[in-house]
Design a protein around this ligand. Structure first.
Ligand code: PGA
Length: 256
């Protein structure tokens, strides 16, 4: 974290978990466990159908709600999809774009990531853009090349002003849901690389203001060490965000 230049953001990615009633119950429990939020913003990335319940339950809390995906078109014949302005009208503030599960199972590409980032920004939603390498790519020593390409393509035609609204999440695919965490050194190296790619295109002032999260089996035990790295400005947390105790402990670690 570098609190002088940027916000720390702890985001819970619930994935396909929790019904609206369960969402309400989890949020009510979470609110009782989170201490004073001095330094960090909290975001919950919930399933579409949970959004109204989550918005209601967070009205009296400093917690923002995110969607986990959206379509890049405004409206039309796209059965099963949801647009940015639909989310905006519900009170959603952020949207996760290009999570590796969407890239792997639902045909998300660097091109659609870029289109979605632009559509989100045009509608006043803050994109949380996910990038990350597979185990194969890491072992073949092409992590830096792959991440650089993903970041550059996500940011095609994005202005410096727009960039200030974007959050990045570095999520090594081999660490997601596996219990294997990147070491603080590995995570910090790639988050630093993401910032360097941004710096090369937009300059140092803009680059230092961007929040870059780490994601991949972050938990109450490893959070403090990861968050102590200068280039890691928060977390995108899956499994541990489904338990109020664990998620609150991570938030509280970020507020230390
Ligand atoms: P995990 O998921 O914390 O369960 O590894 C992270 C993510 O996919 O965002």
């Amino acid at each position: 974290m570098n609190r002088k230049y940027r916000r720390t953001i702890i985001a819970g990615n619930w994935k396909m978990n929790k019904t609206p009633a369960e969402a309400k119950a989890l949020i009510e429990e979470l609110k009782t466990k989170v201490g004073k939020q001095k330094w960090c913003d909290v975001v919950l990335c919930v399933p579409f159908v949970d959004i109204p319940a989550a918005i209601r339950a967070t009205r009296d809390a400093k917690i923002s709600i995110a969607a986990q995906n959206m379509h890049f078109e405004k409206s039309g014949a796209f059965t099963g999809e949801v647009s940015a302005d639909m989310l905006k009208e519900l009170g959603v503030k952020y949207v996760v774009i290009g999570h590796s599960e969407r890239r792997e199972y639902f045909g998300e590409t660097d091109k659609t990531v870029n289109l979605k980032v632009k559509a989100a920004l045009e509608n006043g939603l803050r994109p949380i853009v996910c990038v990350g390498e597979s185990l194969d790519q890491r072992e073949s020593d092409i992590t830096a090349e792959h991440i650089t390409m993903q970041v550059k393509l996500a940011l095609a035609d994005i202005t410096a002003d727009q960039l200030r609204k974007i959050v990045f999440a570095y999520e090594p695919i081999w660490a997601i849901g596996t219990g294997k965490t990147a070491t603080a050194e590995q995570a910090s190296e790639v988050c630093g690389l993401i910032r360097a790619v941004i710096r090369a295109k937009y300059g140092a002032r803009v680059a230092r203001s961007v929040t870059i999260q780490y994601g991949g089996s972050m938990n109450p035990k490893n959070a403090a060490e990861l968050l102590a790295q200068l280039d890691i400005d928060g977390g995108l947390i899956g499994g541990a965000s489904l338990k109020a105790d664990d998620f609150a402990a991570i938030i509280n670690a970020a507020n230390q």
